[in-house]
Design a protein around this ligand. Structure first.
Ligand code: NAD
Length: 296
């Protein structure tokens, strides 16, 4: 099998490493000068994590080649995962070139985190082929891929996308509707708004807030999501009892949540406290990846 990774930035490298670890021949197409060095540096960082996951990494880098000319990069490919810049005009340009040169059977997948497939597909003669396959960073580790069809996406394209992501050990979830930010990032935005409020109000520091999450909600939600957790929280009566008993209090709290602005003063406060995490970003990321793999 052959896959073309369009855009070899943060997300493209991660997808490329994962696909190559699953034995797929990967072609990376990215016009940036020096992209080969950037990708190889990125691969060197993620290969230990792939090995920790039990994936074979010995010949991984040999399976990844580069072809800056997009038309040539997609000729003869089976899957295209596009990870170009988050700009509609560029996505249009990229996808019309892909459509003109890719084989008729190739899967059309875009990693976009916010542009609906419906909008990208206006550049296509066959809009039914395009599906959003939105990973949660970093795609080589985090299982979720939100599969989001556009208004014209064919059910067969959705099914093929799901099969493909499952074959990479991912957890694809198909959304029934296009919604800004999809699901995981909407949840993240909702929770982060309250995190910012609590830190900006001086209730807790960033480090304390993170500990509250990692020692409570994070652990709980790693095994049972918000709905199952509250279903179990209702005892024998399940979620109906929970909603009757604790629902009014929960609804009252919705009215007490903060609505902070990310203005200059708030950003300065958040940035100042982030320095207290200590270590370099690379050290913190390495520790995070090791803990993530241990959890998985
Ligand atoms: P990035 O800036 O790290 O990488 C984008 C890459 O695209 C760059 O290497 C750039 O040289 C390349 N590029 C520019 N023009 C191109 C062209 N015409 N053809 C091919 N490549 C081109 O960005 P990223 O964070 O990897 O994001 C890529 C996509 O993935 C975006 O659509 C983004 O919304 C989505 N996404 C990002 C994250 C994240 O956390 N970073 C998570 C999920 C999805």
């Amino acid at each position: 099998m052959r896959a073309t990774i369009v855009g070899g930035g943060v997300i493209g490298v991660s997808w490329a490493g994962l696909m190559a670890a699953y034995g797929i021949d990967v072609v990376i197409s990215d016009p940036a000068p020096g992209i080969e060095d950037v990708v190889h540096a990125g691969l060197a960082e993620l290969i230990p994590s792939l090995a920790d996951l039990g994936l074979p990494t010995a010949a991984l880098a040999d399976r990844i080649t580069f072809e800056p000319d997009l038309a040539r990069a997609v000729a003869g490919t089976d899957v295209i995962q596009e990870n170009g810049p988050e700009r509609l005009d560029l996505k249009h340009q990229i996808w019309s070139t892909i459509e003109a040169h890719a084989p008729a059977h190739a899967l059309f997948l875009t990693s976009t985190s916010g542009i609906p497939a419906t909008d990208i597909a206006t550049a296509l003669q066959s809009p039914e082929r395009l599906v959003v396959g939105h990973p949660f960073n970093p795609p080589h580790l985090i299982p979720l891929v939100e599969v989001v069809p556009g208004r014209q996406t064919a059910p067969e394209a959705v099914a093929a996308a799901v099969d493909f992501y499952r074959s990479l050990g991912k957890k694809p979830i198909v959304l029934a509707k296009e919604v800004p930010g999809f699901v995981a990032n909407r949840l993240q935005a909702a929770i982060f708004r309250e995190c910012v409020h609590l830190v900006a109000e001086g209730v807790v520091t960033e480090q304390q807030l993170d500990e509250v999450v990692t020692s409570s909600l994070g652990q709980r939600w790693a095994v049972s999501g918000p709905f199952l957790s509250f279903h179990l929280g209702g005892g024998p009566g399940g979620l109906p009892h929970f909603l009757e008993h604790l629902g009014p209090g929960l609804q009252k709290r919705w009215g007490q949540l903060g609505t902070p602005d990310l203005d200059a003063a708030t950003n300065a406060l958040l940035s100042e406290q982030a320095a207290n995490f200590g270590g370099t970003i690379a050290e913190l990321a390495e520790a995070r990846d090791k803990a993530q793999i241990a959890l998985m």
